[in-house]
Ligand binder design. Structure first.
Ligand code: CAA
Length: 262
């Protein structure tokens, strides 16, 4: 498959999607949404991939938002559809069987912050900037910002960001819990890849179970979340990894985690 608005690469068991519209600071238009969908189809079919990284091509931006030149002419129904397509993309990232890391290398505004929040966690460079500036355009976040931001940073901080439209630094984003770690710009990629490879070295079944339990448990009550955890805990024991990991510990050797269910 050839892509125009994204670059899709594989480095060993790590898949990489780079948003590739640098002249428009990687703004998201319908082509980006469609090509992302195609790349996620490819990733889902490729059993050798263990982690996906999203990042932006160029020095300046991860994604500076949804493409305003596209949105300005949308009818209300077309705008609603664009929003739903953005939501679907976020849900696909969340439901992907492998973890997704956002490696934010510059502006992540509007749809950029929203795309990053749909990933499992965010690493950022010191020059990254986050925000939901849609209010300055007379609109609101449309790719899940009002929902995921409050779940990640709490209602007060989410309302402040969405109501003022202010752009915050990577350090501020870290201080409110939006970003996990901040690195110097020349270290971001190396550190993202290091973490991706560390996760890729774990068992596939338990990695998937962690992702699903935390995501699905977050939207339910504690008792049901713990029930999901108990089911997934049992499932991990049905994978050779569960036995191999614990045996290896007891035998004082490195585990060989294959990751498949028998
Ligand atoms: N859509 C379309 N084009 C965009 C864009 C966007 N979101 N962001 C930047 N660009 C384009 C600019 O129009 C400009 O194009 P030209 O060179 O053809 O004029 C190019 O990218 C470079 O941008 P700037 O010259 O503006 O660069 P800057 O360094 O002066 O400013 C910036 C950078 C602060 C990110 C500024 O570009 C900006 O404010 N961008 C818009 C940010 C924004 O409002 N994002 C939210 C969009 S709405 C949304 O995302 C809704 C949703 O939830 C689905």
């Amino acid at each position: 498959m050839s892509y125009q608005t994204i670059i899709f690469e594989k480095q060993g068991s790590v898949a990489i999607i780079k948003f590739n519209r640098p002249k428009a600071l990687n703004a998201i238009n319908p082509d980006v949404v469609a090509e992302m969908g195609d790349a996620l189809d490819e990733i889902e079919k490729d059993g050798s991939l263990r982690v996906l990284i999203l990042t932006g091509e160029g020095e300046k931006a991860f994604i500076a938002g949804a493409d305003i030149a596209h949105m300005v002419n949308l009818s209300p129904l077309e705008a609603r559809r664009f929003s739903v397509e953005g939501h679907d993309l976020g849900f696909r990232l969340e439901n992907l069987p492998i973890p997704v890391i956002a490696s934010v290398n510059g502006f992540a505004l509007g749809g950029g912050t929203e795309m990053a929040m749909a990933c499992d966690f965010i690493y950022a460079s010191e020059n990254a900037r986050f925000g939901q500036p849609e209010i300055n355009l007379g609109i609101i976040p449309g790719f899940g910002g009002t929902q995921r931001l409050s779940r990640l940073v709490g209602k007060g901080a989410a309302k402040e960001l969405c109501l003022t439209g202010v752009i915050i630094s990577a350090q501020e984003a870290k201080s409110i819990g939006l970003v996990n770690k901040v690195f110097p710009p020349d270290k971001l990629w190396e550190e993202t890849l290091k973490t991706a490879n560390l996760i890729a070295s774990k068992g596939r079944v338990s990695v998937r179970a962690v992702k699903q339990c935390i995501d699905r448990g977050f939207d339910t009550d504690l008792r049901r979340g713990c029930q999901m955890e108990a089911d997934a805990f049992g499932l991990c024991m049905a994978s050779p990894d569960g036995k191999e990991g614990m045996r290896a510990f007891l035998e004082k050797r490195k585990p060989e985690l294959e990751g498949e269910l028998i």
